[in-house]
Design a binder for this molecule. Structure first.
Ligand code: ADP
Ligand code: MG
Length: 580
């Protein structure tokens, strides 16, 4: 075979393909250029999901007319002055590849007026070549119009999905930059309809309200920005009351660059472990600030991946910030007068006035909340005790053999005895597994159990975790096993044979994608060993349960994310009885 050098045109096409994969990549590059140019207003207009037409307009510093053609040359950039600067990149762009790559894939018109200039320069490119150049009337800033993307590359065009899907990706890109730059006003107009408009007032919560909803914004907790060494972690995270079915609502930025990073995403998700139901994911917008030379952004042409010099430090800082915020700020759900949980009991009169939530005397925020999601007191309410700092609770009694009524300095608490006990035991088993403190109860008479194939495979998969939790189980041939020791909590529950089978079945159920083996074993054990609803508890047992709960790290939710308690403040009670 003969070796030949690619023509510059061919080489440019290949390189362009790495930068410009779909309409959303064009938007990403152009928005990054606008941000680098110091824009305070960025407007994106699209037609047909950006394939037919796409325009990005900014009010940034603009390009001098005599530099317009250079800007479209490969590797032309105003952002890198020397090679050393490659290791300290402050701007979003630096490779000088976006404009030539876009021009190689579509027809482009660029109009730009630098601040102070009287007229704008205009340049039109077709198939990567300059077709026309001149001046035009335009406001200060830059406007780039891209049409007929991939028209000359039918193979690429075939890979495009529907206009709606491509449009969705564009919205995703804009959403992330809107959250990274709340001081910039972003507008997205798709087929003449405004799909996104942020206020650009510098307040991240307001940007989040525009991107998601006012309700979500109200449930966001600010991260405490105590720097951890070189790493500073800022942003907002959702309270466990708001969750989503996938990870796409976790936005990560490094020095305000939107990145994708599996490990950091995992760090965030894991920090919520035990607070969200299985298969649910948090909302978060987190910016990691660290010295420029601690991070390499020059990993891929699309610049969406980064490498950290010390990834473990970054991982730990993110996880610590999220954890600390959650334990300090997760409020106890307030008793919801209109909510189903409350209507079920008959000791809460409905407010007499007719207009629903607004007339309620309790601090209602959502009278239509579904069962299992009692409305929350305002997330940032400063008088709320920190989660790991539950007030001392005094048991008053038990209702329906299911709930413990307790009194604390903040009013009345209704504690779900099973959920609360589950939380306590869950944390204990997690701790035991981590610290390897084996607490086990040897059986005087080893018990034999017969296991189904799926139970056997669970036993093998989780053998380490089960051993660390206090199980000693040995194969005995033909699907039979010998149980020599169990965790003490299991021993007191009687029938060990039944207990082991039940536990393995619970393990099969605990299978959210985010769940670590340790979590699954701890949650299953906790569920199995904890007191059931309908079980009578003596006053001493109630007191013991409450004091164990007070000592828990995250006392307010069970391992599956359901609340362990609901709270009715002294204030709310007083108002309900019209004492004030
Ligand atoms: P890079 O962003 O990596 O420098 P680009 O190809 O994206 O490369 O852009 C080339 C140059 O064109 C930039 O360095 C910048 O000087 C100029 N430029 C591009 N877009 C804009 C804009 N919206 N406002 C001002 N200058 C711009
Ligand atoms: Mg650029």
């Amino acid at each position: 075979m003969t070796i030949r050098v690619l023509t510059p045109h061919e080489a440019a096409r290949i390189a362009a393909g790495e930068v410009i994969e779909r309409p959303a990549s064009v938007v990403k590059e152009l928005v990054e250029n606008a941000l680098d140019a110091g824009a305070r207003q960025i407007t994106v207009e699209t037609r047909g999901g950006g394939i037919a037409f796409l325009r990005v307009t900014d009010d940034g510093c603009g390009i001098e007319p005599d530099e317009l053609s250079i800007a479209f040359e490969r590797h032309a950039t105003s952002k890198l002055r020397s090679e050393e600067e490659l290791w300290r990149i402050e701007t979003l762009g630096f490779r000088g590849e976006a404009l030539p790559s876009i021009a190689a894939a579509a027809d482009v018109e660029l109009v730009s007026r630098p601040a102070g200039a009287l007229v704008a320069g205009r340049i039109v490119l077709r198939d990567g070549e300059i077709e026309r150049q001149g001046s035009a009337g335009a406001p200060p800033g830059t406007s780039i119009t891209v049409q007929g993307l991939f028209r000359r590359q039918p193979a690429r065009l075939k890979f495009m999905r529907s206009a709606a899907a491509e449009g969705g990706q564009i919205a995703t890109v804009l959403t992330h930059y809107a959250l990274a730059y709340p001081e910039v006003r972003f507008t997205l107009r798709a087929d003449k309809r405004t799909a996104l408009a942020t206020p650009g007032n510098g307040d991240l919560r307001d940007a989040a309200a525009a991107v998601y909803s006012v309700d979500v914004a109200a449930e966001l907790l600010p991260l405490d920005a105590e720097p951890q060494g070189l790493v500073e972690v800022n942003g907002l995270i959702g309270s466990p009351a708001v969750s989503r079915a996938n990870r796409n609502y976790i936005s990560l930025f490094v020095n305000r660059r939107w990145i994708r990073h599996r490990a950091l995403t995992f760090a965030v998700v894991e920090a919520y472990q035990g607070m969200l139901p299985s298969g649910r994911f948090p909302i978060a917008m987190i910016d990691v600030r660290l010295p420029l030379d601690e991070v390499d952004v020059n990993v891929h042409p699309a610049k969406a991946e980064v490498r950290f010099r010390d990834e473990r430090a970054v991982f730990a800082a993110v996880q610590r910030a999220v954890r600390a915020t959650l334990s300090a700020r997760t409020p106890v759900p307030a008793l919801d007068a209109a909510g189903p949980a409350f209507q079920a009991g008959n000791w809460q009169p409905q407010p007499a006035e007719g207009n629903g939530a607004a007339s309620s005397n309790l601090e209602l925020r959502d009278s239509n909340s579904e069962p299992r999601t009692p409305s929350l007191e305002p997330a940032a309410s400063p008088q709320l005790p920190a989660a790991n700092d539950l007030p001392v609770l005094r048991p008053v009694g038990q209702v329906s053999n299911t709930y413990v009524i307790a009194e604390g300095p903040e009013g009345l608490y209704l504690v779900d005895q099973h959920a609360a006990h589950e939380r306590v035991l869950y944390e204990r088993y997690l701790r035991q597994q981590a610290e390897g403190v084996e607490e086990l109860q040897p059986l005087l008479q080893p018990a034999t159990v017969e296991l189904t194939p799926s139970q056997r495979s669970l036993l093998a998969t989780f053998s380490d975790e089960l051993r660390a939790s206090g199980f000693v189980i040995e194969p005995f041939g033909d699907g039979a096993y010998l149980v020599r020791a169990v965790p003490p909590a299991l021993a007191v529950r009687g029938d060990v044979t039944k207990a082991v089978g039940e536990l393995l079945d619970l393990l099969a159920r605990e299978d959210g994608p985010r769940d670590s083996p340790a979590h699954r074993v701890a949650a299953s054990l906790a569920c199995h060993a904890s007191v059931r609803a309908g079980q009578t508890m003596t006053e001493d047992e109630q007191r013991e349960l409450l004091s164990m709960l007070e000592a828990a790290e995250h006392p307010r939710t069970c391992p599956h994310g359901r609340p362990t308690m609901i709270h009715m403040s002294a204030n709310a009670l007083a108002r309900q009885f019209r004492r004030r």
